[in-house]
Ligand binder design. Sequence first.
Ligand code: FAD
Length: 332
Amino acid sequence: MAEYKGVMTFCEAAEGKLAASAAELLGGGRKLASDLGQELSAVLVGSGTGNLAQEAIAFGADKVYVVDDPLLKDYQTDSYVLVMEKVVKQAMPQIIIMGQSAIGRDLAPRLAFRLNTAASLGCLELAIDPQSKLMLQTKPVYGGNAQAVFVGSAFPQIATIRAKAMTPLEPDKSRKGEVVTIDAALDPSAIRAKVVEKVPEKLEGIRLEDAKVVVGGGRGIGSVEGFKQLEELAKLLRGAVGATRPPCDNEWAPAGAQIGLTGKIVTPDLYIAVALSGSSQHMSGCSGSKAIVAINKDAEANIFREARFGVVGDWKKVIPALTSKLKELLAG
Ligand SMILES: Cc1cc2nc3c(=O)[nH]c(=O)nc-3n(C[C@H](O)[C@H](O)[C@H](O)COP(=O)(O)OP(=O)(O)OC[C@H]3O[C@@H](n4cnc5c(N)ncnc54)[C@H](O)[C@@H]3O)c2cc1C
C-alpha cells in the first residue's frame, strides 16, 4: 500500500464545462483526502479540457492531470481505458472515484480489471476507516432493501458514486494547484469503435435532476392522460414530472422520468408523490427531498411514513382541485 497515495477523481466535462458530478466528486474527494491526510487530484480527459483545470482546483483539487487529445473528444471505451491506465500508473492513487454515470459505469470496472483490482459501482456513501485507512463503500443491496459496506483490499480502491450523494464545495478561485499534462500518445488503430452521430435527448422544461419541485406519479395514475394532468401541475409550480417504474414500463411516462434505484436521483425542495406506494426502490431515488407530500387513496400506504404532509384521497379529485386553486392564486 505504501506506494499508493492520494485520492483521484475522474472529472467528466460536457460542452466546455465541468459536469455537475465533477464538482460533487471533488467535494466528496476532498473529505476523503483530508481524512487520509493526503492529496486530492482530478483527471480531465478529452479534447480542449485543459482549460478546465483551474475550475477543478477551485472546487478542491490539489493537482490536475490533463490528457488533451482530439482523439479523446468523445468518450470511447478503448481510448479512455488506455489513457486512465496510463494516468493511474503514473500517479499511483490509493483511491479513484467516478460518477455513477454512463461513462463511470463503463470505465470503472474495465479500469479495475486492467489494474488487477476491484470496483464498487453505485455507492451511496464513501468514508475512510480510521483504523485501516481503507475506503468503506456503502451501496444498496437486495434490490434496495438493505445497504452493505464493501472494503476492497487491492489498490487502487475504485468506486463510482451516485449523483447528489456528495456535496460540492463553494468554488474558491484563489486556490492554487499543480497542473500535470500527460501525453495520450494514442494509436488510432487501438480505438475499435467510433462515435458516428450524437442525438441529444429532447428536453422540454426543467431537467428532473435540477427541479426544485418534482411531481412524481405512480401506477395509480393509470394512463398517459393522467400524466398530462401531473405535467400541468408541475408547470404551474415550475417543476418537473417524475415517475415510479410501472408508469415508465407502461409508457405513460418516458423512461428518463423514472426515479429510484434503477432510475434518477432527485433532491427537490418539494416532492409531491401521487398514487405511488413508496417502495424502497422508489424511495432510494427521492428520500433526499426536503419535504414530501403524499396523495394516496390508501391510508396505510408506506409513502405516508415518509411524507411530511399527506392527503388520503383519490388523485383524480385532489389533483384537479389543487391545480385550479394554484391557478387562482397565481392569477391573483
Ligand atoms: C431491482 C429492482 C429495481 C427497481 N427499481 C425501481 C426504481 O428505480 N424506481 C421505482 O419506482 N421502482 C423500482 N422498482 C419497482 C418497485 O419495487 C415497485 O414495484 C414500484 O416502485 C411500485 O410503483 P408504484 O408505487 O407506482 O406502484 P404500486 O406499489 O402498485 O402503488 C400504487 C399506489 O397507488 C395508489 N393508488 C391507486 N389508485 C389511486 C388513486 N386513484 N388515487 C390515489 N392513489 C391511488 C395505491 O393505493 C398504491 O399505493 C424496482 C424493483 C426491483 C426489483
